[in-house]
Design a protein around this ligand. Structure first.
Ligand SMILES: *Cc1c(COP(=O)(O)O)cnc(C)c1O
Length: 354
């Protein structure tokens, strides 16, 4: 049996040999006493790269967003967020549950943005009837979509002019930066910083496309990070010799950013390979995520297709749409195999090289 091509998520990657070596070599201490040199170095590094005063290493992106929202908002405040945003939809409602911070979800436009007029209309007047609108939270990339940079400037400019803080869930900020760099010709790090600087706080995941086993960072001002540090402790996120993980994240920042372009190229290869299959509607990927909808007679076949894929060594998810994610542990041969297996499902008697 050949190795499974795991396209469920970019979280499934195994640390490379070089990353493992960096982890083994990391000097360690107790980070709850601020004494882990590898954690301290990572926090300084990511803050510096993205242009912030300070950063906090946290176990997950979920905890990072929670620390961010609870540091920007008090009980009885609200944050404006997209219906499809991870922080709102996929994190168990944590900000409401643990912080009594109410979300004000807005529908997305087709390009993933929240319409400026909708944001404007959702900001409540200072009146006892309303929760206090405190924060705009955006996500980039959102479902693999790169939010246009001029939109980010406008939306965060609007929020600022109305006295709101701005948070970016940049779990895949570096995918966004690499895609944006392909448009502008600047370097990915310059683009990451340009995006990040529209916001008061930014969360980035090391455990997605960057290929580290565990970890995210929250970046912001020194005061903001001091508040987030207290919330991280409350949330049980104070880790001890966490430098073994921080070293993996630091290695990823040094070695795994530019290569995200390969993941984006493979996503395009997958989408191109699926073009023209009757019953499949493939959304052209902008980064490393390919969404596929089943249409017409194929509509009810997603469970059967996922099983067919699993039976043939291809893993994907279909919680609401079929989703294929490329990453460090997928190559062109794996993508081509996935395409062949899907084609076979729709045309079982067709020639395999069609
Ligand atoms: C994965 C993800 C998170 C949460 O990260 P975890 O480490 O899984 O908690 C947050 N936001 C976005 C956009 C994500 O994709």
């Amino acid at each position: 049996m050949t190795k499974t091509v795991d396209l469920r998520s970019d979280t499934v990657t195994q640390p490379t040999e070089a990353m493992r070596a960096a982890m083994l070599a990391a000097p360690l201490g107790d980070d709850v006493f601020a004494g882990d040199p590898s954690v301290n170095a990572l926090q300084e590094k990511i803050a510096g790269l993205l242009g912030f005063e300070a950063a906090l290493f946290v176990p997950t992106g979920t905890q990072s967003n929670l620390c961010a929202i609870l540091s920007h908002c008090q009980r009885g405040d609200e944050y404006i967020v997209g219906q499809l945003a991870h922080a709102y939809r996929w994190e168990g409602g944590g900000a409401a549950v643990f912080g009594s911070v109410q979300p004000q979800p807005l529908n997305h436009q087709a390009d993933g943005t929240l319409a400026l007029a909708d944001i404007e209309a959702a900001i409540k007047p200072d009146d006892a009837h309303f929760a206090r609108t405190r924060l705009l939270a955006l996500e980039n990339t959102l479902g693999g979509k790169l939010l246009p940079f001029d939109y980010l400037q406008q939306a965060t400019g609007l929020a600022k002019s109305r006295g709101l803080s701005r948070h970016l869930d940049g779990a895949r900020l570096f995918n966004a930066a690499v895609a944006q760099a392909a448009q502008t010709g600047a370097g990915p790090m310059a683009e990451a910083r340009r995006i990040a600087q529209c916001f008061d706080s930014v969360s980035v995941c090391f455990s997605k496309g960057l290929g580290a086993p565990v970890g995210s960072a929250l970046c912001g001002s020194r005061d903001f990070i001091a508040r987030a540090h207290r919330i991280r402790k409350m949330a049980g996120g104070g880790m001890r010799q966490a430098g073994v993980l921080a070293a993996a994240a630091s290695h990823a920042l040094d070695h795994h950013i530019a290569r995200l372009a390969q993941d984006h190229a493979l996503a395009k290869r997958l989408a191109d390979g699926l073009a023209g299959i009757e019953g499949l509607q493939v959304e052209a990927p902008q980064t490393n995520i390919v969404f596929v909808d089943l249409t017409g007679a194929a509509r009810e076949q997603s469970a059967a297709l996922l099983k067919h894929l699993a039976d043939h060594g291809i893993a994907a998810t279909g919680l609401y749409r079929l989703r294929f994610v490329t990453h460090l542990d997928v190559d062109a041969a794996g993508v081509d195999r996935a395409v062949a297996v899907i084609r076979q499902f729709f045309n079982p008697r067709g020639s395999s090289h069609a």
